[in-house]
Design a protein around this ligand. Structure first.
Ligand SMILES: Nc1ncnc2c1ncn2[C@@H]1O[C@H](COP(=O)(O)OP(=O)(O)OP(=O)(O)O)[C@@H](O)[C@H]1O
Length: 311
C-alpha cells in the first residue's frame, strides 16, 4: 500500500516556482530518504504535506485519502518532526508532548499513556516534569521527536532531525528511527549527512530546483552513474595536502583528503590510476592501499545536481 502519493505538486511564491510538478510515492514500511541541497524545495514540499502551506496545484494523498478533503484523517496519520525545534521552553516536557498529542487528536487516559510512552521512547522518561530550557541540544531534538510520535502516526516525516547535536544523541535518534520503522511507521527522512541516509534509507529521491531528478534504491542510484568512479587511496603517513597535486590529472573531478585517506572522483572512462600513483610517489608519498570502487551516494548526488549535499 502507498502511505503517501503526491501527484503534480506545485508551489509558486510570486513568479518563483519552488516546487515544480513534483510526483512521489512512498510505500508502507519504507524509510524513504528525501534529499536536496539548500533551497531545492524539500521544506516547501513537507510544509504542503503537513498542510502548513497551500499547494498552487497538484494532489497529496495519505493512505489513499486526499489531505485537503480529509484533513482530520491526514492529521491523525501524520507526525512531523520539523527542522526548527517546535517546543515551548516554559512548558514541561510532559506538557509539550501532551499539547502536540492533543493537536493530533488524542484525549483523556489514552493521551496520558501515550505521552509517557513517547517520552520513555526518546529516553526522557525521567524528565517529564523538567523544562526544556534545562535540556541539551540533543535532548531538545528528542523531545521534538516525542511531540510528533505520541499519537502513533502511520507516516512520520523527519526534517533534518540530527542537525547540530552530539554523536551520542545522534546515534540515539538514528536507532529510534529504525525502531519506529520496525514497529509499523513509515518514515520520510531528510538530512544533510549522506552517511545517515546511506545507512538508514531503503529508497531515496533526489530533488533539485523543485523537481525529482532521481529516485530508487541506493544500488539503483549508484548503478545509474556509469560515467564516474571513486578511487580511495590510503597513505602510510601524511604531511597534509598530498591530494592537492592530483587535481590537474586528466579525468579527475574532485579530490578530498582527510588525513592519510584521499578520495578521488574521476571519469570512469579515463585510465588515470598510474598517473595518480606516479604523481604521489614523485611527491615522496608512500601508499598503503589503493581501491577503485563504485560511486558513493555523495558522488551520485554531486553528479546529478552539480552540488554537494552540504553546500
Ligand atoms: N515563503 C516563501 N516566499 C518566497 N520564497 C520562498 C518561501 N519559502 C521558500 N522559498 C524559496 O523556495 C525555495 C525552496 O525552499 P525550501 O525551503 O523548500 O528549500 P529546502 O530544500 O528545504 O532547503 P533547506 O535544505 O535549506 O531547508 C528556495 O529558493 C526558497 O528561497
Amino acid at each position: 500500500m502507498n502511505v503517501l502519493d503526491i501527484r503534480g505538486l506545485t508551489k509558486k511564491f510570486g513568479d518563483f516556482l519552488a516546487v515544480d510538478n513534483l510526483s512521489l510515492t512512498v510505500r508502507e514500511g519504507e524509510i524513504f530518504g528525501f534529499l536536496g541541497a539548500n533551497g531545492a524545495g524539500k521544506s516547501t514540499t513537507i510544509n504542503m504535506i503537513s498542510s502548513l502551506l497551500r499547494p498552487s496545484g497538484g494532489e497529496i494523498r495519505i493512505l489513499d485519502k486526499d489531505i485537503m478533503k480529509e484533513s482530520r484523517f491526514a492529521k491523525l496519520n501524520l507526525g512531523i518532526v520539523p527542522q526548527d525545534l517546535a517546543i515551548y521552553e516554559d512548558m514541561t516536557a510532559y506538557e509539550n508532548v501532551s499539547f502536540f498529542a492533543g493537536l493530533y487528536g488524542l484525549r483523556g487516559t489514552v493521551l496520558k499513556e501515550r505521552v509517557l510512552e513517547a517520552l520513555e521512547f526518546v529516553g526522557l522518561g525521567d524528565k517529564a516534569k523538567a523544562f526544556p530550557k534545562t535540556f541539551s541540544g540533543g535532548m531538545k531534538r528528542r523531545l521534538n521527536i516525542a511531540c510528533a510520535i505520541a499519537h502513533k502516526p502511520k507516516l512520520i516525516i523527519m526534517d533534518e532531525p540530527t542537525v547540530g547535536i552530539d554523536p551520542q544523541s545522534r546515534n540515539y535518534i538514528l536507532s529510534s528511527v529504525r525502531q519506529l520503522n520496525e514497529t509499523g511507521s513509515t518514515i520520510i527522512y531528510t538530512s544533510h549527512y549522506m552517511e545517515e541516509v546511506e545507512e538508514l534509507c531503503s529508497r531515496i529521491a533526489i530533488v533539485d530546483h523543485g523537481k525529482i531528478i532521481a529516485e530508487g534504491t541506493k544500488e539503483q542510484l549508484k548503478a545509474s552513474i556509469t560515467d564516474r568512479k571513486d578511487i580511495r587511496l590510503e597513505l602510510k603517513s601524511s604531511g597534509g595536502g598530498e591530494g592537492e597535486h592530483l587535481k590537474d590529472i586528466p579525468g579527475i573531478r574532485t579530490v578530498q583528503q582527510d588525513g592519510q585517506v584521499i578520495v578521488i572522483q574521476s571519469d570512469a572512462a579515463v585510465d588515470n590510476l598510474n598517473r595518480i600513483l606516479k604523481k604521489l610517489m614523485d611527491e615522496g608519498a608512500e601508499i598503503r592501499s589503493v581501491e577503485e570502487r563504485e560511486p558513493s551516494l555523495e558522488t551520485v548526488f554531486l553528479t546529478l545536481t552539480g552540488r554537494s549535499l552540504r553546500d
